[in-house]
Every structure is written in structure tokens, then in C-alpha cells.
Design a protein around this ligand. Structure first.
Ligand SMILES: Cc1ncc(COP(=O)(O)O)c(C=O)c1O
Length: 390
């Protein structure tokens, strides 16, 4: 790797030069089946014709103007997101961290407007919210904090999926202004909370007059079988954050708000030079049109069930497998031991996967995959896992 790059990444030496659907091709002309989608970004796969055409057309006309002028494409995109989520207002940034940074600023403004001097935002252990100073402070992972003290103050970490731990906070003298939560822990190991968890957080937030802020940067845009994962639970958050699959690879993030959270930002309170520019907005609109036209949330459920059932069958009785779980196209196969080597072993078999939280194989394949591609993932990965564990 070039010495001109900072050393924060350790990429595999493979280089991809083009992609099509669920496949990537390397410099040697070898094809790889992509069960990761650039970490939940390319939900419509690679080089999707509708997205590609929208980006090319927009680039030929107008890429950027700044938020000093009205951007009709951004307005249209906001309306679409509001329509699908039931939220009311949108702010656009360029990444998941920026979307969450905006959410955190909303919580701080909410506190400020209520004259709360030391506001607390409740966040979860094992969570991941980004790498900016505020979002890494919110993140519940010591590795992400390491070396960056002093962290941004005002975050209180409690165990994930633990309603008791949340309700115990009621007895403490804390100025809780928000609870920020992923509906499924992504980086934290594809952990799906018990039914009713989000509802319990909603109730807590209502009792404490605090904001329920859901981070759907990884779960959003139809991946889990609904447009947004909170919709499985029939609750409404006050703040919702999105990024990753929103632009299918064109950087864009969004922070949506509702009710008392929707009016907090006023002229001058937040901003972004690039956020929601014509190119990114046009790409995201193209993504939404395809998701709508093909009802890909339903396809995510179908494919997800196919993968889940397939893995449960093919790995039945294999020693060393702790759990196989998933919701839509967000799947985790948890091993009893750490298994980082599996990424390289799967790569040798031309399959792209990820291992997170040490011992969880994470699959985030594209929503446009065929049944037969899903079956190939099951068969290749099951063989790799069995060979590894025996
Ligand atoms: C749940 C969640 N929130 C936030 C982020 C940060 O997004 P980004 O890397 O676009 O800043 C991620 C990235 O993995 C994520 O999974």
C-alpha cells in the first residue's frame, strides 16, 4: 500500500476494478460474490443501471451549488424520506457519523432550550455511532475511545437490550434528555434485541420527556425487511439517522426529526457544505425509486429467510457454532471462538464476508441478489466454516 496513506486502515491487498449486481471483479479478472455490499452500502448492488444513469445525468448537469440556494432535488428527497418514515423534517450530511452528530446536537439544543445545564444522553454498550469526537464518545466500545481522551462528556452507557438497566436510571438524579440506540447492533455483533425493547425505550422517553433517537445508519433503507427497522416494532422515534445505503455508494447521510425535535435547528445552528447537494440527492432519489418499484423490503425478508434457513440446515450439528441469527438481509453467524481468519479463507473461495465483534460472521448482501446467488453464499460459506472448525 502507498506510504502516502495514513495507517488507520489495513486493507486486504485485493483490488477491485469493476462490479455488477452482487459481483466484483479484481485486477486478475477473477469474480467475487459480494455478501457485504461495502458494509451495507450497496443495497442495490454494484453499477445499478438506474443509479448509474441518474448520477451520470446529474453530473453532466449540476453537481453542487451549496445550501445557500434552494436545491429542489434535496427537497424532493426529504419529502420521500418523510413519507416512508413518518418523520417530519430532514437535515442532510455526508455520512453516518455526521447524521449522528446532528442527532446529538439536537439533543443538546433540546436540553439548552429547557435550561438543562448538564444533559445526559443514554447510549448502549457495544454500540457503534461513528468516529467523530461526539459519535465516538457515544459509541460503546473502548477500542474506539482509545487514545482520544478527553471524550465528549454527557454520555451514559448502559447494557444493550436491558430494559431493567434503563428503568433503574429513573431512580437516579440525572438530566436524561435523549436515549440513542441502534435497533440491531451492527458492528457490535448483529445483536437483535428482544421484541418490545424499542417500545420500552419509547415509554421511558415519554416518561422522562426525552428524545428517542434511533441510529439506522446500518439497518435502514429496507435492509431488515422494512424501510426502517423500528417499523418492525410499531414505535415512532423522535430522531432517526440514516446514511450507508441511502446513496448506494454516493456519500450522503440524513438526520430526521419529528414533533418537538423537528423545530430545534434554526438558521445558523447547524450546516454542511456538501450535505444534500444535487448529485447526492439525485443518487438517493434513484435508490428510493428502485426500492419502491421493486418492493425490495419484501425481497430482503424473502432472501433473508432463505439464507437463515439455509445456514441453519447446512451448519446443523457443526461444533463451534454458537448461534445463527438475522433479520432480513442482516445476518450473523456467531462462533464460539474468535475467527478473523475466516475473511481471508472466504476470499480464497471468492466470497466477500466480514467478521465483527471478534467471533461473529456478518453478512450484509445486496437486496437485488437472486435466489441462486443466495444459495451460493450458503454453500461456499458453510464449506469454509466447516473446514475451519474441523
Ligand atoms: C449504526 C452505525 N452508525 C453510524 C455509523 C458511522 O457511519 P459512517 O462510517 O458513515 O460515518 C456506522 C458505520 O458503520 C454504523 O454502523
Amino acid at each position: 500500500m502507498s506510504t502516502a496513506l495514513m495507517s488507520n486502515y489495513q486493507p486486504l491487498s485485493i483490488e477491485f476494478i469493476n462490479g455488477s449486481g452482487a459481483w466484483l471483479t479484481d485486477t486478475q479478472g477473477q469474480r467475487y460474490l459480494d455478501a457485504l455490499s461495502g458494509i451495507a452500502v450497496c443495497g442495490l448492488g454494484h453499477a445499478h443501471p438506474a443509479v448509474q444513469a441518474a448520477i451520470a445525468d446529474q453530473a453532466a448537469n449540476l453537481i453542487h451549488t451549496s445550501n445557500l440556494y434552494r436545491i429542489p432535488l434535496q427537497e424532493k428527497l426529504a419529502e420521500k424520506l418523510v413519507q416512508h418514515s413518518g418523520m417530519e423534517k430532514v437535515f442532510f450530511g455526508n455520512s453516518g457519523a455526521e447524521a449522528n452528530e446532528a442527532a446529538i446536537k439536537l439533543a443538546r439544543l433540546y436540553a439548552n432550550n429547557s435550561n438543562i445545564a448538564n444533559p445526559v444522553i443514554v447510549v448502549m454498550e457495544k454500540s457503534f455511532h461513528g468516529r467523530t469526537m461526539a459519535t465516538l464518545s457515544a459509541t460503546g466500545n473502548a477500542k474506539v475511545h482509545k487514545g482520544f481522551n478527553p471524550l465528549v462528556e454527557g454520555f451514559l452507557h448502559i447494557p444493550y437490550n436491558d430494559v431493567g438497566a434503563l428503568n433503574e436510571l429513573s431512580d437516579k438524579d440525572l438530566n436524561i434528555v435523549a436515549v440513542m440506540v441502534e435497533p440491531i447492533l451492527g458492528e457490535g455483533g448483529v445483536i437483535i434485541p428482544d421484541a418490545g425493547y424499542l417500545q420500552a425505550i419509547r415509554t421511558f422517553c415519554d416518561q422522562h420527556d426525552s428524545l428517542m433517537m434511533i441510529d439506522e445508519v446500518q439497518t435502514g433503507m429496507c435492509r431488515t425487511g422494512k424501510w426502517f427497522a423500528f417499523q418492525h416494532e410499531g414505535v415512532m422515534p423522535d430522531v432517526l439517522t440514516l446514511a450507508k445505503a441511502l446513496g448506494n455508494g454516493v456519500p450522503i447521510g440524513a438526520c430526521l426529526a419529528k414533533g418537538k425535535a423537528a423545530e430545534l435547528f434554526q438558521p445558523g445552528s447547524h450546516g454542511s457544505t456538501f450535505g444534500g447537494n444535487p448529485l447526492a440527492s439525485r443518487a438517493a432519489l434513484a435508490v428510493i425509486e428502485v426500492l419502491e418499484a421493486q418492493q425490495l423490503e419484501q425481497r430482503a425478508t424473502e432472501l433473508g429467510n432463505r439464507l437463515l434457513d439455509g445456514f441453519k440446515q447446512s451448519l446443523a450439528g457443526v461444533k463451534g457454532i454458537k448461534d445463527i441469527r438475522g433479520k432480513g438481509l442482516m445476518l450473523g453467524i456467531e462462533l464460539e471462538q474468535d475467527c478473523p481468519e475466516l475473511v481471508g479463507l472466504a476470499l480464497k473461495e471468492k466470497l466477500l464476508i466480514n467478521v465483527t465483534s471478534g467471533n461473529v460472521i456478518r453478512l450484509l448482501p445486496p437486496l437485488i441478489m437472486s435466489d441462486s446467488e443466495a444459495d451460493q453464499i450458503i454453500s461456499i460459506l458453510s464449506d469454509v466454516i466447516k473446514a475451519y472448525l474441523t
